[in-house]
Design a protein around this ligand. Structure first.
Ligand code: C2E
Ligand code: CA
Ligand code: CA
Length: 619
């Protein structure tokens, strides 16, 4: 080990000029000199204080050959050790022949990269320049001009080659390999420079954010090669529909973007969006198979008056989301209202996750009344969000978002466990609740643990009805759903088809699912009093249900008149505000105690008069 006191003397005594420079990790040619010894100052003429913080360029004098200069830069850039011998200048301008050697060092502690530069003064009369990689044997100057010239030529060639390589590397870094369009990185750089131009020269522009609607489906059904070839075709179509001035990029996956200068009229933007949607609607052919595709686009523009042009890409993305939510295969233009709405939806989504964790969802109950006796036949469980600051919220305030963020299943499970405690409360109060109905999402029906959850819930399956939306069962009656429904039937759970009449269920579909209950949607019930033509419609729905052996519930019974008419048409059960709005379990228990279990006192009288009238007519 050499003592530090000896090492310290190197700086003072060495006749070789030494300097240390800290380099940028990305580019070895970018550096800052941090230290030099006495000999270095003596040879170059730069004092320690002057050279501190300077870049390596202070060492390049006017007499240094351009070729050598280029050579030095290339080697530094690429972190290659090297040596050069050439004419250079001291600070005062006097020229001298020097040998410069560069060696790179790495600090193992920090990973910082340094250059050690050594300079030796070879006097003023040496023959000419030479420069070599470090490993090569060094010569003390070259006398032979021919050799020198050919060295310069090869250097020139090497330099050109490097230049070409650098350009192609830069291009690769900007290009999407599959489609040859710009990649996300390049797109982002361009957007930034367009924002700058907008601010400086008021050059306005638009961004179109494009997303294929069924790409995953194509990939899954036709394979990845077909997926790739679809992306290439899309890129070709986008090229065809755009101008020279537009920038087209593939941002990743099936997402593309176009940046287009905003001309005199926004028509060129909407026209382009229209054309893309139209062109990408045509079926896509691959290996003799065809598949339907469609595209959604979000459009945003950055105007000179825009408050926050930096948001343009995020805005186009929000508009895209809007286009998707409006049914896909279309384009939407970003508006401020959309932004406000999307901020609110995002907040709602976050709040919903927290609400799930805190189990803030509670079941409310709406009575379903037996049309013959007026007694409580069932209570429909309807979710409410007991929001910590906004009070009790109805499903319309959160159900769609809950579905979009994928927590409907969790929510249904929370409501289900709430139902269990509520049923226990009814039993404890001595109030007879023959059945409870719950609404389940399609996702819950496709969940194989659903049956297990019901079996292990402790709720008697013979007191349970599952309501399935007609639309849900129409779209998604897969094997798993069919199995679940079969199992439910097996253990005694009733199946009710909800909102019947709105989803156009076919009769054969009805036979597949064999619900024991049909719930006629309230839109058919409500006009029934004013419009007697609706009687026919409702009685034919009831007819279908009865023929298939089902019981029929009328929803949305709001008045005594409604109740009378629908029960006379043959509905078995009635549900609606007339008998009670959805309420907490405790409120329903109290209502039942007050009414002694009869929620529609006129039921018996009504059905008796009805029977008498029918007999009269028959007689
Ligand atoms: P739904 O299953 O058709 O429930 C009936 C809706 O009609 C309830 O709205 C109820 O308050 C309302 N309603 C009842 N009687 C009347 C009436 O006489 N007149 C009028 N105008 N409306 C009446 P709610 O509670 O807002 O529920 C809306 C929908 O949310 C439900 O429609 C159901 O599809 C869904 N939902 C409710 N709870 C849950 C749940 O726990 N899970 C799932 N997945 N969906 C639920
Ligand atoms: Ca329902
Ligand atoms: Ca309903």
């Amino acid at each position: 080990m050499v003592p530090a006191t000896i090492l310290d003397q190197i700086s003072e005594r060495s006749t070789e000029g030494l300097a240390l420079a800290l380099a940028s990790p990305d580019d070895g040619a970018v550096m800052e000199i941090k230290w030099c010894n006495k000999a270095f100052s003596k040879i170059t003429g730069h004092m320690f204080e002057e050279v501190l913080g300077q870049r390596g360029t202070v060492l390049i004098g006017p007499d240094l050959e351009h070729g050598v200069h280029l050579f030095i830069i290339e080697k530094l850039m690429n972190w290659e050790n090297f040596q050069s011998e050439a004419m250079n200048n001291r600070k005062c301008g006097a020229s001298y022949f020097q040998r410069m050697t560069w060696t790179h060092l790495t600090d193992p502690a920090t990973g910082d990269r340094w250059w050690l530069c050594s300079i030796i003064d070879l006097g003023s009369k040496a023959g000419g320049a030479s420069h070599e990689g470090y490993a090569a044997e060094t010569t003390n100057g070259l006398d032979d001009n021919g050799v020198l010239l050919s060295k310069f030529h090869s250097l020139e060639l090497e330099n050109k080659r490097l230049h070409a390589l650098a350009t192609s590397v830069a291009q690769d870094a900007n290009e999407d390999a599959l489609t040859g369009l710009s990649n996300r990185r390049h797109f982002e750089v361009e957007v930034k420079s367009w924002i700058k131009r907008l601010k400086e020269e008021e050059r306005e522009f638009a961004v179109l954010y494009i997303d294929l609607d069924r790409f995953k489906f194509v990939n899954d059904t036709l394979g990845h090669e077909a997926g790739d070839s679809l992306l290439v075709s899309v890129a070709d179509i986008l090229r065809e529909l755009t101008d020279e001035e537009d920038l087209i990029a593939r941002l990743g996956g099936d997402e593309f973007a176009i940046l287009r200068p905003l001309g005199d009229s926004a028509l060129s933007i909407s026209g382009l969006a229209d054309e893309i949607v139209q062109r990408l609607q045509a079926p896509f052919f691959c290996d003799g198979k065809s598949t339907a595709t469609s595209t959604s686009i979000g459009v945003a523009i950055a105007k000179a008056t825009s408050q926050n042009p930096e948001r343009i890409v995020a805005n186009a993305d929000e508009a895209l989301y809007h286009a998707k939510s409006q049914g896909k295969g279309r384009w939407s233009f970003f508006t401020e209202e959309m932004h406000i709405k999307s901020v609110a939806t995002k907040k709602l989504a976050t709040d919903l996750f927290a609400a799930c964790d805190r189990e803030e969802f509670i079941p409310y109950f709406q009575p379903i009344v037996d049309a013959q006796t007026g007694e409580l036949a069932c209570a429909e469980t309807l979710v409410r969000w007991a929001h910590p600051s906004r009070g009790i919220l109805p499903p319309a305030a959160f159900l769609d978002t809950a579905e979009q963020v994928g927590i409907l299943k969790r929510l249904d499970a929370i409501v289900f466990s709430g139902l269990k405690s509520a049923m226990a409360a009814f039993d404890e109060a001595g109030v007879r609740l023959p059945r409870a109905a719950i609404n389940v999402s399609a996702a819950r029906l496709m969940d194989p643990t659903f049956i297990h959850d019901i079996r292990s819930s402790g709720i008697d399956p013979n007191r349970l009805t599952i309501e399935i939306l007609e639309s849900v069962y129409l779209d998604r009656l897969g094997d798993l759903v069919q199995w679940t429904i079969g199992e439910l039937d097996e253990i005694g759970v009733h199946i009710a088809l909800d909102d019947f009449g709105t989803g156009h269920a076919s009769i054969s579909g009805l036979l597949d699912i064999k619900p024991s209950i049909l719930k006629i949607d309230r839109s058919f019930i409500q006009p029934i009093v004013e419009d007697s033509s609706k009687h026919l419609l409702v009685s034919s729905i009831i007819g279908i249900g009865k023929t298939l052996g089902m019981h029929v519930v009328a929803e949305g019974v709001e008045t005594e008149e409604h109740a009378r008419v629908v029960s006379r048409l043959g509905c078995n059960y009635l549900q609606g505000y007339h008998f009670g709005r959805p309420m907490s379990a405790q409120d329903l228990i109290e209502l039942m105690l007050e009414t002694e279990g009869v929620l529609w006192p006129a039921a018996k009288a009504n059905s008796q008069t009805f029977k008498a009238e029918t007999m009269d007519r028959a007689g």
